[in-house]
Design a protein around this ligand. Structure first.
Ligand SMILES: Nc1nc2c(ncn2[C@@H]2O[C@H](COP(=O)(O)OP(=O)(O)OP(=O)(O)O)[C@@H](O)[C@H]2O)c(=O)[nH]1
Ligand SMILES: Nc1ccn([C@H]2C[C@H](O)[C@@H](COP(=O)(O)OP(=O)(O)O)O2)c(=O)n1
Ligand SMILES: [Mg+2]
Length: 209
């Protein structure tokens, strides 16, 4: 069927969706403070991917002072998850904005639960790779407490960190098992120094080419 019967704006939306369907998508999953953001920054520098941290997108909304931001702030401060549609819409918007220039997308901190992954695939597309950034709980807590000294993040405090960790093990770890069945998971040991971790990450990204 041709697109002749559709309005110009409807065609524009369809074409943008098409662009995203062919995009190289990498999910970056790991516990709070495991080092997702740190590795993503290095991938951006070497490979020119677009880095979208769902947490950063949410924090930007909070910083804007909007009504929606205020509701998000309350949820995040408790260490809970923001409703699925809110995060997904923000990610999709940010992906579309970069569709013409991006060599690929790093989706950092998403999916947080299996359902989020399923919805992402329905609305945007399938991931080619899932980088599983793995560190021990003890390491993650130590790093976050340290980061909390300067990050200004309302959720980098002992009580909220504990809740984020619990939620990670309960809701997010099943995401890894779900994608393991498809053979796209690469486990990265992020107990090592940053550059050694990145050497493992590079191998996984190079395999994608
Ligand atoms: N030793 C060591 N420290 C790291 C490594 N990666 C990150 N860190 C430190 O751990 C802290 C957390 O790293 P981030 O990259 O912010 O972690 P994240 O996974 O994005 O954390 P969230 O945004 O809370 O999900 C930072 O302050 C880093 O300096 C690593 O590979 N080795
Ligand atoms: N997909 C997402 C990503 C983040 N959030 C909320 C809940 C998270 O604790 C905060 C911060 O996310 P971020 O990925 O930066 O940090 P943590 O992995 O929790 O340390 O935002 C969410 O509800 N859904
Ligand atoms: Mg981060």
């Amino acid at each position: 069927m041709g697109l002749g019967c559709l309005s110009k704006s409807a065609v524009a939306v369809l074409k943008t969706d098409d662009k995203l369907k062919d995009a190289k998508i990498v999910f970056v999953v790991g516990g709070p403070g495991s080092g997702k953001g740190t590795q993503c920054e290095k991938i951006v520098a070497k490979y020119g991917y677009t880095h979208l941290s769902s947490g950063d997108l949410l924090r930007a909304e909070v910083a804007s002072g909007s009504e929606r931001g205020k509701q998000l702030q309350a949820i995040m401060q408790k260490g809970e998850l923001v409703p699925l549609d809110t995060v997904l819409d923000m990610i999709k918007e940010a992906m579309i904005a970069k569709a013409d220039v991006s060599k690929g997308y790093l989706i950092d901190g998403y999916p947080r639960e299996v359902k989020q992954g399923e919805e992402f695939e329905k609305k945007i597309g399938a991931p080619a790779l899932l980088l599983y950034v793995d560190a021990k709980a003890e390491t993650m807590v130590k790093r976050l407490m340290k980061r909390g000294e300067t990050s200004g993040r309302a959720d980098d405090n002992e009580e909220t960190i504990k809740k984020r960790l619990d939620l990670y093990y309960k809701a997010t770890e099943p995401v890894i098992a779900y994608y393991e069945k498809r053979g796209i998971v690469r486990k990265i040991n992020s107990e090592l120094p940053v550059d050694e971790v990145f050497a493992i990450v590079e191998k996984a990204i190079d395999e994608l080419k």
